[in-house]
Structures are given as structure tokens and as C-alpha cells.
Design a protein around this ligand. Sequence first.
Ligand code: ADP
Ligand code: MG
Length: 254
Amino acid sequence: MLLEIRDLSMIFGGLAALRDVSFSLAEGEILGLIGPNGAGKTTLFNVITAFLTPTRGEVRLAGEPLTGLRTSRITERGVCRTFQNIRLFDQMTVEENVMVGRHCRSRAGVWSSVLRTGSQKKEEGAIREKTRELLSLVGLSGHDQDLAANLPYGLQRRLEIARALAGEPRLILLDEPVAGMNDQETEEIAGLIHKIRDFGITILLIEHDMSMVMKVCDRLVVLNFGEKIAEGTPQEIQSDPLVIEAYLGREEGD
Ligand SMILES: Nc1ncnc2c1ncn2[C@@H]1O[C@H](COP(=O)(O)OP(=O)(O)O)[C@@H](O)[C@H]1O
Ligand SMILES: [Mg+2]
């Protein structure tokens, strides 16, 4: 298994945002994480990437514990993410935002490029080339010199994905990548997610758009009030009475 979540709990004061959650993710899989608002989905991402320290439990990547490592170490091990609330460097260009994502993989580091040696220049050239490829992949070609702040919302979401990919992840965590997008944009992001998987990258996807999740994911895990209430194929989940009660049945009324 590429990712193993074992008996994970995250307690805030009296509130269990996650309670004894366990599941795993095979290499190359697209796993959807669904559940109502406040179910603990983003908290799980925050624990995996060490933005939060879990109260109990463990996260392993390819058999090695991630729990206890710092965020930057976890990125180096190959786990990159996007954020539900977009977190770009607003006053940097699109290209620079992607290059920051690349930082953990470059020996010289983007920031030391002031004192450029020959080999650093070469490395920088390679990084720019890789950046162009990533921007083309996510549909941002031609925007490389735009300020991130000036991109329309949908393109900012794409830039978040490009930045995460720049870290050369084995596992990418996408937190509601199509939130606020229309049907056509959603369709395009679904296509992009499949392309990412075809590169051999494993995907953990938090998403509210049920038709997208059903189409894109191999398997789903359902959280409700911090607990895993179901796990299975999209077909199994769609007909699971607990899930319908907690989540699916309420969708139209929300
Ligand atoms: N840093 C935090 N401190 C206190 N409570 C938090 C924190 N992060 C999340 N929570 C709470 O944990 C619960 C789960 O939140 P979250 O993981 O964001 O849910 P979801 O992403 O499924 O909508 C919510 O009740 C939220 O208010
Ligand atoms: Mg969330």
C-alpha cells in the first residue's frame, strides 16, 4: 500500500474532527474522500501533511511512518497537496508559483539563484522547461508571466494543481479542486485528474460534486462527524443506506 492511515484521531478541545479513521490507498489508485461539511476531510489532509499533529494514530507512506515528520520532509517523501482555500503567492507570477513548488526537488533551490554558478543556471533552465510543461498540462500555457492574483478563480485552482505537481509527488492530495466551477470546467479537471494518474501518481481527492466523484474515483471513503462510515466502489457507496442517510439523501435539500 502506498498510503496507510491507521486509527487516526484528531481531537480539538472536546470535538473529535477525526475518530479512529483507518483506510489505505494502493499505488496508482484514485480514492475519493467524501462526507458533509465538517466531516473532517480537510483535517485529514492537514494531519497527513503535518499541518496538524494527530492526537492518536499513524500515517505511513510506502511502509515508512510520516507521523512526526515536518511538512517539508513529507513533501520530499513525495506527498504534495492543494488547499480548499486557494493558497497562492498572489504577488508572484504563475511561473514563480510553480517554481516554488519545485523548490524541494532542486539542489540549488529557487532562492539561491542570486549567486548563479554555471550548474545552477543549467538547473534553472531545466526547472523553467519543466514549469512550462506543467503549465501546459493544467491548461495555463501563455499565462506564465501573469500575476497569480490576476488569474480568474478557475485558473487559480489549476495553478494550485501545477504547483503541487512541481514537487514531483508520488501521492497528490486535492482538496475540492472543482469547488465553484461550472460543468465544463469540472469535466476538464476530471480529465486532468486521469492524466495525472496516468503519470503514475496516486490521488486522494476531496470533492463535493457527486457526479464527478462517481466518474473519477476507483474507490470512495465516506466520513461523517469524524468517523469513517463507509468504504467501497462508487456503486457500493451510492446504495449504502448509512451514506444515503448521512449525506447523499440530503444533497438536494442542502
Ligand atoms: N484547527 C482547528 N481547530 C479547531 N477546530 C478545527 C480545526 N480545523 C478543523 N476544525 C473543526 O473540525 C471539524 C472538521 O473540519 P474540516 O476537516 O474542515 O471538515 P471538512 O473538510 O470535512 O468540511 C469542524 O468541526 C471544524 O470546525
Ligand atoms: Mg474541507
